[in-house]
Design a protein around this ligand. Structure first.
Ligand SMILES: [Zn+2]
Length: 242
């Protein structure tokens, strides 16, 4: 896959673009800094505006191959001009997703380190400030998992830098622990490298989402619920303290 522009410049939340294709409920742009969704993270939302004062709300991204359709209500069909537009990424929503995503890395790191390299079997973040992550943890005591909450918040308060780097296939083979999903391999970049998110002094794992640049930017997290999902899976639900 080509690198997402939101990976190259995650702070770019307003950009100009040109409409290159259209359908009743969306447009393709010649470039976009929207996160298109994936890996359990919801796609960015935002607005698309044009000269003369018109605008539409982009409420979802629909991927068609490598093309990201920026979708709006069909009532707005025909309003978007075939011209240059100014696009705003919803900063609050991006921040919410980035907090949840970074928090899931912290929790994943703690589980991986303290429960014998347990791997992830599923992840989903939600717009209400909660997220769930499933681990292959057949023998874990739920109270021991619940007891991770103070350590999770200590890591947030530590203010650890979070950064992205890229490993080639040889480097990836030397560090298999960065692949945390039991079944899904992260997509490699066009140059064959894999994107890794490093939380300084704590953890490195392959990931294609958006994250904070420092853990201290996050609100505290609560462990809301732990459920047994089948024989192997343990589901941990977390929520941001608002
Ligand atoms: Zn991530």
């Amino acid at each position: 896959m080509s690198p997402y522009l939101c990976h190259i410049d995650p702070d770019c939340l307003r950009f100009e673009a040109r409409v290159v294709a259209r359908r009743p409920d969306g447009v393709l742009l010649d470039r976009s800094f929207f996160y298109p969704g994936g890996g359990g993270q919801l796609a960015d939302r935002g607005t698309l505006a044009w000269e003369g004062g018109g605008s539409v709300r982009i409420d979802r991204i629909e991927m068609q191959g490598a093309n990201a359709w920026h979708c709006f209500d069909t009532a707005d069909a025909g309003r978007v001009p075939d011209d240059r537009v100014v696009v705003d990424v919803d900063a609050d929503f991006r921040f919410l997703m980035s907090q949840l995503h970074t928090g899931l890395h912290l929790l994943n790191a703690l589980v991986y380190q303290r429960f014998e390299g347990s791997l992830v079997t599923g992840v989903q973040m939600a717009a209400d400030g909660t997220a769930r992550i499933d681990f292959d943890l057949p023998a874990a005591d739920n109270n021991a998992l619940r007891a991770l909450e103070p350590a999770l918040n200590d890591l947030i308060a530590d203010g650890r830098p979070v950064k992205a780097l890229y490993l080639d296939a040889a480097a990836l083979a030397r560090e298999p622990g960065v692949l945390r999903s039991r079944s899904v391999a992260p997509p490699s970049q066009a140059d064959g490298t894999t994107r890794i998110i490093e939380i300084e002094g704590l953890d490195r794992q392959a990931c294609g989402g958006t994250h904070l640049s420092n853990t201290a930017q996050s609100a505290p997290l609560r462990i809301l619920k732990i459920e047994n999902k089948g024989q192997h899976n343990r589901r941990i639900r977390i929520g941001l303290v608002s």
